[in-house]
Design a protein around this ligand. Structure first.
Ligand SMILES: NC(=O)c1ccc[n+]([C@@H]2O[C@H](COP(=O)([O-])OP(=O)(O)OC[C@H]3O[C@@H](n4cnc5c(N)ncnc54)[C@H](O)[C@@H]3O)[C@@H](O)[C@H]2O)c1
Length: 298
C-alpha cells in the first residue's frame, strides 16, 4: 500500500527534470498522475508531446496509473482543460504540483519585452491558471458539503528568494510564486486546501552547467532531481498539516524559510522631513544581512 493510494495529482512540467521525478515518485506511492508538459526547449520555444507521453508510459509500464497532457500551463483554456482531464480520467483531483518552468536569463539593461513576458507567463501566470481552476473545483466540492483535504505545491527558486543577477524576469516571477502561495493558503484554507511552495536545487538541463551539480561517482548523489520528490509527496498526503510555508529542498535536506521580517526601524509622532530622514534613516545603508544564511543551506 502506498502513502498516496487513490490520490489524483497533476504535475506540471513533468516530462523532464524535477517534475519527471515528482510524477514517477508520486505514482510509485499509489497516486494517479496527470503528467503535464508542453515539451519545449529550455527557453520555452517549441512544443513536443513526447516527454509527457514517455513519462506517462513509464509510469504505466511500472504498474502505475497516469495520463499525459500537453497543454501550456499559462493557457487559460489549457489550464481549465488540465483540471477537467484529471477529474474526467480519475474521478477527482487531490493535489496540484506547479513545476513547469523556463529560463531566459539576461541583464536588465538588455532584456527584451519578449524575454520578460515569456518567463513571467510560464512561471507566475502558469501557477495562477492551474491553481485557479483546481481551487474553483475544490470550492464547489466544499460547498457541496464534502470534507476535503487537498494540496497545492508550487515551485519557487533561491534565484528569486535571494535575488540572482541576470534573472530579473525569472527571479521576480519565482519570488512572486512564493508570495502567491502564502496568499492562496490563506484564501483556500476554508475549503480544506493547503498551499505550500518549494525551491528545489537539482541537476537538470537548466542547471547541469553549474559545477556544484556534477554527479558523484559513488554513494548518495545530492543533486539527483529525484531527491526533491519525497517532500512533495509528503506535502500532498492527507495527513500533512503544513500550509503557507516556503521551503528549500536539496539532496537529503529541507530548509524552512522565514517570511519577510522587520529588523530595524525609526519612528516619530508625525511626518518626517527629508532633512530629518537624512539624519535618522542613513544608518539603514549600513545594515549588513551577510549571506542571508545561504552558506548554511547545503
Ligand atoms: N533544477 C534546479 O536546480 C531548479 C532550481 C530552482 C528552481 N527550479 C524550478 O524547478 C522547476 C523544474 O525545473 P527543471 O530544472 O526540472 O527544468 P526542466 O527544463 O528539466 O523541466 C521543466 C519542464 O517544464 C516544461 N514546461 C515549460 N514550459 C511549460 C508550459 N508552458 N507548460 C507546460 N510545461 C512547460 C518543459 O517542457 C520541461 O519539461 C522549474 O519551475 C524551475 O524554475 C529548478
Amino acid at each position: 500500500m502506498g502513502t498516496l493510494d487513490g490520490r489524483v495529482v497533476i504535475v506540471t512540467g513533468a516530462g523532464r527534470g524535477v517534475g519527471r521525478g515528482h510524477a514517477l515518485f508520486l505514482a510509485s506511492q499509489g497516486a494517479k498522475v496527470v503528467v503535464n508538459d508542453l515539451g519545449g526547449n529550455p527557453d520555452g520555444t517549441g512544443v513536443d508531446a513526447s516527454p509527457a507521453q514517455q513519462v506517462a508510459d513509464e509510469i504505466v509500464a511500472a504498474g502505475g496509473v497516469a495520463v499525459a497532457n500537453h497543454d501550456s500551463v499559462s493557457s487559460w483554456d489549457g489550464a481549465e482543460g488540465l483540471v477537467r482531464q484529471a477529474v474526467e480520467a480519475f474521478g477527482d483531483l487531490h493535489a496540484v504540483v506547479n513545476n513547469a518552468g523556463i529560463l531566459r536569463d539576461r541583464m536588465l539593461v538588455n532584456m527584451s519585452e519578449d524575454e520578460w513576458d515569456a518567463v513571467v507567463d510560464v512561471h507566475l501566470k502558469g501557477t495562477f491558471c492551474v491553481t485557479r481552476f483546481a481551487a474553483s473545483y475544490w470550492r464547489d466540492q466544499a460547498k457541496g458539503g464534502a470534507a476535503i483535504d487537498r494540496a497545492v505545491v508550487n515551485t519557487a527558486s533561491t534565484s528569486g528568494l535571494f535575488g540572482s543577477a541576470g534573472q530579473t524576469n525569472y527571479g521576480s516571477a519565482k519570488s512572486a510564486i512564493a508570495t502567491f502561495s502564502i496568499i492562496a493558503s490563506r484564501e483556500l484554507s476554508r475549503y480544506g486546501v493547503r498551499v505550500n511552495c518549494i525551491a528545489p536545487t537539482a541537476r537538470t538541463r537548466l542547471t547541469e552547467h553549474i559545477a556544484m551539480m556534477a554527479p558523484k561517482d559513488d554513494g548518495f548523489d545530492p543533486m539527483d532531481p529525484a531527491n526533491i520528490s519525497p517532500f512533495i509527496g509528503y506535502l500532498a498526503t492527507e495527513s500533512c498539516r503544513i500550509t503557507g510555508q516556503v521551503f528549500h529542498v536539496v539532496g537529503g535536506r529541507v530548509n524552512l524559510f522565514k517570511p519577510w521580517e522587520v529588523v530595524d526601524s525609526i519612528s516619530k509622532n508625525g511626518r518626517w522631513t527629508i532633512e530629518e530622514l537624512a539624519e535618522e534613516a542613513d544608518r539603514f545603508a549600513d545594515v549588513d544581512f551577510g549571506d542571508l544564511g545561504r552558506s548554511d543551506m547545503f
